[in-house]
Structure formats: structure tokens, C-alpha cells
Write a protein that binds this ligand. Structure first.
Ligand code: MG
Length: 394
């Protein structure tokens, strides 16, 4: 991946469509693609730029339920309402950026183009920072004909894609000037009508727009290939021990679940030996140190802390690297209490925090045949293994 540090830029994602051509109850931009919505796939890549300034959305106000999770996850402001057509939607979205300078580059991107690459975005921004206006485009490859059979010379024909990139002042001027005129299907044509040239930046056919269910299937197939070829499998191990604290009455916190027992475990936090092992296993997959490094026991703020906080942090660190957790396997070593009756509840807690399904969360327990400190009921040990898929930087 290129390491070019491009100038700061902002992004407007247009998710206004109702998908009449898609023909499903859930509009295309909210269908799932590799476990997240098409919209989120389209947004995600922009957040891999350190120079992303602001990113905002336009969507149909009746679709807010579809976007609320994405807004929370990426800390996005409420979307602008879509208009009666794409031009009006973009106009509404542009107005929400009144707090950026007229020289700043703004990218306008369709929510239904989830396979946009980082390299294409970089080239769009660079071209617009020189010329003021640029759009990604690919040469037309198919032979073209009119319905009457007359051939069309395709040698100078391009299919226009998004993102399209503009100086903010220029694109606002174009939208203001042609506010009441119809017939513009994209933003580049508005800028051209203003008499300002638009640089064509050769893009990638993979950045197609999902319009039909067939397109969605094709996008899913491409994503599967990307995941297979561009990820590596990683495994991490976690191990932890806590002693019983006979002076402190239970319940006992294990695997995020309160278990009736005559005493608790001793520890600086809630002493959840199970979640500590899982957290360390996850941190291990990305060589991110251990729980003590992120939450020093010397820091009073973690006294009595709920260990779900530690697990949440490890999951956040994995998400920052676009890792996908595929398995968590946790084993408790103790004579008491019985783990079996609480297995499902622990799976649910861990599933909620990690976002993976319970069939990928294994909870096991063993005694140590009355040998050692666990055998003498002096404490509990836990061991965890985690497996992830991590994108490989090409
Ligand atoms: Mg511990």
C-alpha cells in the first residue's frame, strides 16, 4: 500500500437511493457484504487515511435505523436528508460542510461502491488538488451499439465512477448555479457546465456500483477472494491465575458472569480470570502486549474494574487493524465452582463484546485431579486461545 501522505480532505457519502432497481425490502446500500453493510464497506477505507478531515452522510430520513450503528461506530454526525434526486441530495450534504475552507478537497462517493481502493482515492485527491476537479473513470470495454443496430465508436468513451473530487468552493458554486436545472446525473458534469475542466483519473473496474442483486453477489465473491488472498491467520495465547479471597463473600465473577460461591477471587480488578485470559489471547494475536501494559494494576482507576472493559479495549485494537476474530477457546482449571451451568451465559457476554457468534466461542473446564494449587482449591487458572484473520499490508 502506498505510503504517500496526501493533503487533508473531507468526504460526502451519498446513500440516498431507495433501490427501486434492486427490488429488495432492504435497500442495496444496507445489504451485508463480508459481515458489515455495503455502506460501511464504502466508508471504512476512508478512515484508513490519517488525513481524513470530515466524513458525512446523506441518507433517506426513513433509513436512519439502517445507519445508526455505523454512525455510532465511526462517531459520525446525523446524516443530511436526501432530496428528490441525487443532485438535491448532494446539495443538502455539501451544505453540512459549511465549516471547511473553500480550498479543501471534498470527495463525493456513492454508498453503493464498496470496493473503492485506497490507491484510487489517493489519485483522485492528488488530481483534484492540482486541477480543482477530478473523477475516477474507466474506459468503456464493451462494444456499443444503438438499439437500431448502428455501432458507436467507443474509443473515446469512459464510464464515470465515484469518488469525484473537487475544491469545496468550486463544487458549491456549481451546485448553487444550477440549483434549479435538471439533467445532471453526476457532480463532475455540473462543474464542467460551469466551464471548469474535470480531470479523468483512470480507475479500476472493481469499483463498480451495486445496482442489482447480481452486482451484490459479484461484490461478495470479490470480497471473499480479497479475504482469502490478503489475510493471514494468527493465533494468540492467554493465561491467568487468581487466588481465592476467603475473607470476601461471593458471588464470584467468571467469564463476565456472576456465579454463586462462598468467596470471590482476589485481584486488583474484579479478578475475572477468564476474561483476563481471553483479553491476553486477543492482544497476543496482534503482539499488543498484555493486559497489565494497557491497564496497569498500579493505576487506582482500575481498582475493582469490570473486566469487560479490558476485553472491549482488546477488541477495539483488533478492529483498528481490521482484524476478524474467528475463534475464542477458553479453559478454566479448578475444582470449584462448576462451570458447565454458566457456559451459555459466558458465551453470550463474550459474544456481545467481541461481535462474534457463540458457535465461535468455546468455554471448557477441567479439574487438575486435586493436584497443585487448583487441586487444593486455593485459586483458579484459565487459559485461552484466540484465532483471527488479519489483513496483510501488500
Ligand atoms: Mg488477572
Amino acid at each position: 500500500m502506498s505510503q504517500t501522505e496526501i493533503q487533508p480532505f473531507s468526504v460526502l457519502i451519498v446513500a440516498g437511493g431507495n433501490g427501486t432497481r434492486f427490488g429488495a425490502e432492504t435497500p442495496k446500500q444496507y445489504q451485508l457484504l463480508n459481515g458489515i453493510s455495503v455502506l460501511e464497506q464504502s466508508i471504512k477505507v476512508f478512515f484508513s487515511f490519517k488525513t481524513l478531515h470530515k466524513l458525512r452522510l446523506v441518507c433517506d430520513p426513513s433509513h436512519l435505523d439502517f445507519v445508526s450503528d455505523t454512525l455510532l461506530k465511526y462517531h459520525l454526525p446525523p446524516p443530511s436528508p436526501s432530496g428528490k434526486n441525487r443532485k438535491e441530495s448532494v446539495f443538502n450534504g455539501l451544505r453540512s460542510f459549511s465549516d471547511i475552507s473553500s480550498e479543501e478537497i471534498i470527495l463525493i462517493h456513492d454508498a453503493a461502491r464498496p470496493l473503492i481502493s485506497k490507491e484510487d482515492i489517493e489519485r483522485g485527491v492528488l488530481a483534484a488538488s492540482t486541477s480543482g476537479a477530478a473523477t475516477l473513470a474507466v474506459p468503456v470495454a464493451d462494444t456499443l451499439t444503438r438499439s437500431g443496430g448502428e455501432p458507436v465508436d467507443r474509443s473515446d468513451l469512459w464510464s464515470i465512477q465515484t469518488p469525484q473530487a473537487f475544491r469545496y468552493g468550486l463544487i458549491c458554486e456549481a451546485h448553487d448555479k444550477f440549483r434549479d436545472q435538471d439533467g445532471f446525473t453526476d457532480d463532475a458534469s455540473l462543474v464542467r457546465a460551469l466551464g471548469h475542466p474535470v480531470t479523468l483519473v483512470p480507475g479500476n473496474r472493481r469499483n463498480f456500483k451495486i445496482t442489482t442483486p447480481d452486482d451484490l453477489e459479484m461484490a461478495r465473491e470479490i470480497m471473499r477472494q480479497i479475504m482469502q488472498t490478503n489475510t493471514e491467520t494468527r493465533t494468540g495465547l492467554g493465561f491467568d491465575v487468581h487466588a481465592f479471597d476467603p475473607g470476601r463473600p461471593g458471588p464470584l465473577r467468571l467469564g463476565g458472569v456472576d456465579i454463586p460461591y462462598h468467596c470471590t477471587l482476589a485481584g486488583h480488578s474484579d479478578a475475572d480470570v477468564g476474561l483476563h485470559a481471553v483479553t491476553d489471547a486477543l492482544l497476543g494475536t496482534i503482539a499488543a502486549g498484555d493486559i497489565g501494559l494497557h491497564f496497569p494494576p498500579s493505576d487506582p482507576q482500575w481498582k475493582g474494574a469490570d473486566s469487560t472493559i479490558f476485553l472491549k479495549r482488546a477488541v477495539e485494537l483488533l478492529h483498528e487493524k481490521n482484524a476478524v476474530i474467528t475463534l475464542i477457546d477458553l479453559t478454566f482449571m479448578c475444582e470449584e465452582p462448576k462451570i458447565g451451568p454458566h457456559r451459555e451465559a459466558m458465551q453470550k457476554v463474550i459474544s456481545k463484546i467481541t461481535g462474534i457468534t457463540t458457535d465461535r466461542i468455546s468455554i471448557k473446564a477441567t479439574t487438575t485431579e486435586k493436584l497443585g494449587f487448583t487441586g487444593r482449591k486455593e485459586g483458579i487458572a484459565a487459559q485461552a486461545l484466540a484465532t483471527i484473520q488479519l489483513p496483510v499490508q501488500a
